[in-house]
Ligand binder design. Structure first.
Ligand code: GDP
Length: 393
């Protein structure tokens, strides 16, 4: 699937930058265009793979290239005011060659949190291609203001996109690591999951013809209908010695349906499907009740089979209760891993979001209280008790 990716804010820019690098490394052809938008000049300069003429600095007259300081209302205003500059970069994208837009942002900050929903709304108005969001939730240790920003942005972002794919930093943070080192690893996890998913609809290199290849239209149909999505992933190393395995399967295969080889392949697939669905999702949630799902099995063609994928697909149907579960292959000849990626779309039972909203409401109330209190306190400090002094003017 060919995407035009726009990274908004620091996290958004870094993740899209990594997608570009991933795309080159895997020759997966998913990033047709990559744009980074920010109010902070330094963040744009730190990017490595997005070309310089596709980095857009907005809000210069308001914040002079220094960022919006986690003020997402200001982030939204600035995006609105300078949308023409962002459009200028998008104008250079051959939109007729892309299947969809993907707007990426960390929801806890200011620029991406406020700007990503504004840009998505704009894109929806101008183009007929679907606009998806990839929203990153802050860790719960980041504090009240980040949680409040994320809760408000989440609500707005979901409304403005065709589907919001969510990644929760809180579920992925690793203790005892520097924030930057931690983010590098987390960003790698993000691009691997979404890279395999979107890469599935974009085979061509190597010319593999598999039994049931996933097409971009299946990804689009799974995401259609809107709402919130999460992705599960599991992988296993396999031997990929084409000649010896080919001989083995020829000897053991023959006409026998259930040769040892086939049974082993099928079992591996079904176990990877369970691991992906029941392990850590990009947004942890109850998978029961998910409206639609897509199973992608990626890896060397001889380690994929229709029976395994069919069993895995049925199992997901049972677990989610959904009647709309699609499934297929993503053959990658040179890989030495078999991976299962499950996209669960239209999830609604997400305790993490409810908890985020609760903490956000508390933070909002606290902020109001503190503001009122500090106004009174300042009044008490500045004015003498008996009101005997008069100000100059
Ligand atoms: P902005 O530049 O004002 O949009 O704000 P940032 O993108 O710097 O930060 C917003 C939120 O994104 C933070 O609260 C973090 O939760 C998250 N974040 C920042 N950098 C990264 C990153 O490199 N990777 C990930 N996964 N999350 C990040």
């Amino acid at each position: 699937m060919k995407l035009a990716m726009i990274g908004f804010g620091q996290a958004g820019g870094k993740v899209v930058d990594k997608f570009v690098e991933y795309d080159k490394r895997h020759d997966s052809n998913i990033v047709r265009a990559a744009v980074a938008v920010n109010t902070a000049k330094a963040d744009l300069m730190g990017l490595e793979h997005i070309s310089e003429d596709q980095r857009v600095l907005i809000g210069q007259s308001r914040v002079k290239g220094h960022g919006v300081g986690a003020d997402n209302e200001l982030g939204a205003e600035v995006a609105e005011e300078d949308i023409d500059e962002v459009q200028g970069a998008i104008d250079s994208i051959p939109v007729h060659e892309v299947d969809a837009f993907l707007v990426v942002a960390g929801l806890g900050g200011g620029t991406g949190s406020g700007g990503a929903p504004v840009l998505s709304k704009h894109l929806q108005r101008i183009y007929t291609e679907p606009v998806y969001g990839l929203g990153i939730l802050p860790g719960s240790d980041e504090g009240g203001i980040y949680t409040l920003n994320a809760a408000r942005s989440f609500q707005t972002f979901v409304r403005e996109v065709d589907n919001l794919l969510v990644f929760d930093n809180d579920a992925w943070r690793k203790t005892g690591e520097s924030v930057q080192g931690g983010y590098d690893e987390i960003n790698e996890e993000i691009v691997t999951r979404f890279g395999v998913l979107f890469g599935a609809g974009e085979i061509g290199h190597g010319g593999e013809v598999a039994e049931s290849v996933v097409d971009s239209s299946e990804i689009i149909n799974t995401l259609a209908g809107g709402g919130v999505s999460t992705v599960g992933y599991a992988s296993e190393t396999v031997e990929n010695e084409s000649s010896s395995n080919g001989l083995l399967s020829r000897i053991t295969g023959g006409n026998e349906e259930e040769s040892l080889d086939t049974a082993h392949t099928t079992n591996r697939i079904t176990s990877l499907v369970r691991k992906a669905a029941l392990g850590r999702l990009t947004l942890p949630c109850e998978i029961e009740g998910a409206e639609r799902a897509l199973l992608v099995m990626a890896g060397p063609p001889k380690h994929l089979n229709r029976k395994g994928i069919e069993r895995g697909r049925k199992w997901i149907e049972e677990q989610t209760g959904s009647m709309e579960v699609r499934g297929g292959d993503y053959p990658i000849r040179d890989s030495n891993r078999v991976a299962s990626v499950i996209l669960l779309s239209g999830v609604t039972n997400v305790p993490r979001i409810k908890e985020l909203q609760q903490v956000a409401i508390e933070a909002q109330d606290n902020i109001d209280d503190i503001r009122e209190e500090s106004e009174d306190n300042l009044e008490n400090l500045v004015n003498d008790d008996e009101d005997e002094l008069e100000s100059l003017f």
